[in-house]
Design a protein around this ligand. Structure first.
Ligand SMILES: Cc1cc2nc3c(=O)[nH]c(=O)nc-3n(C[C@H](O)[C@H](O)[C@H](O)COP(=O)(O)OP(=O)(O)OC[C@H]3O[C@@H](n4cnc5c(N)ncnc54)[C@H](O)[C@@H]3O)c2cc1C
Length: 306
């Protein structure tokens, strides 16, 4: 691993470049140690230069969206974290809405709905960015991101940009080709239909109420801990509840008492507390019900050092 400050001197970008940045301040769980480097590229050219510098310094890279689906290790992330928040464009081009990958999906949905553009309104109230939602093929209220994607503009690790139409069979339940890690998502075009803006806004506010009533925003969390699977017959949260795991606690984290599939950080947890809960829940469901849960929350960073 190259010496941190030494590598940093060779970097040549316009956006901020920080050293030893605490990742807890960039994740919805509010846990996680420092990343060696943390860069916020200003634009496409900056991102390309950053990738070249990182390649030269032989640094591992991690792309950060809104940090709402991540559990970052207490010992942090080695190498470079690239925050895409400056890629936050919002553009209406006829029947296509073109959104920058760093834009909040909730903001995008609200802005589109307010000018009578329907489609992405199901995402209002969900944390995270356009890039993260594409990566995960985020879904809620009976819709998923891939239902509306027309094209995606990506950059590969050598800095080449291309526009792709993602084949239908590359999308699945919480699955996308972006999970192969070959591309950075820059922006995407979404198919939109005209609708009544007041009705859209009403529907969006209703969904936010629904999330509020389900306790989504009560404590730092990362949404569903485990994926659902039709084969289970019931949602993963119900399985976890049936195993008596609601309220199960390790240190400052617990399985929420109101939803079996949400793990919360309610008492200054560390990442290891949450990891222990995820392991314990998966083990209990497997032992008691013979069902293997698949984790939805992504473990990121240097887990081998605790
Ligand atoms: C309260 C709460 C409620 C939630 N409800 C839902 C829900 O209803 N449905 C649902 O699906 N999820 C839900 N989630 C989970 C989360 O919000 C989504 O998975 C979201 O899409 C993650 O986006 P993000 O920008 O935060 O991505 P991050 O967590 O930052 O990253 C997730 C992955 O995407 C990759 N990534 C991000 N941006 C890019 C990019 N530009 N290029 C390449 N890779 C990229 C990252 O490298 C990482 O691998 C919820 C979370 C919370 C906290």
């Amino acid at each position: 691993m190259p010496k941190i400050t030494e590598s940093m001197n060779t970097f040549n970008i316009k956006g901020p470049l920080l050293e030893r940045e605490p990742m807890w301040s960039h994740t919805s769980f509010s846990v996680g140690g420092n990343s060696d480097f943390f860069a916020v590229p200003a634009d496409l050219e900056d991102l390309r230069n950053l990738l070249a510098d990182a390649r030269h310094a032989d640094l591992e890279k991690f792309i950060l969206g809104g940090g709402s689906n991540l559990l970052v290790a207490d010992s942090g992330i080695r190498g470079l974290v690239i925050d895409m928040k400056n890629f936050d464009s919002f553009e209406s081009q006829g029947k296509t809405l073109v959104l920058g990958s760093g834009l909040s999906v909730s903001d995008a949905a609200w802005r589109a709905g307010s000018i009578g553009m329907a489609g992405l309104d199901f995402l209002f109230g969900m944390p995270g960015t356009v890039g993260g939602a594409l990566w995960m093929n985020a879904r809620c209220y009976g819709a998923q991101v891939s239902d509306f994607v027309a094209w995606v503009e990506v950059m590969d690790w050598e800095g080449r940009v291309e526009r792709m139409v993602v084949p239908e069979d590359e999308w699945g339940y919480k699955k996308s080709l972006f999970q192969r890690g070959e591309f950075i998502i820059i922006r995407a075009g979404f198919d939109i239909v005209q609708s009544n803006s007041e009705a859209l806004q009403r529907a969006m506010l209703g969904r936010r109420e629904n999330r509020l009533s389900k306790g989504h925003y009560k404590f730092p969390c990362a949404g569903s801990a485990f994926k659902n699977n039709r084969k289970f017959g019931v949602p993963s949260g119900v399985l976890i509840d049936r195993c008596g795991m609601k309220g199960y606690r390790v240190g400052g984290a617990a399985v929420s008492t109101w939803h079996g599939n949400i793990v919360i950080n309610d008492r200054a947890a560390i990442a290891t507390d949450i990891e222990m809960i995820l392991l314990a829940v998966a083990k209990r469901v497997e032992v008691e019900m013979g069902i293997r849960l698949e984790r939805e929350i992504l473990l990121v960073g240097d887990w081998k050092n605790g």
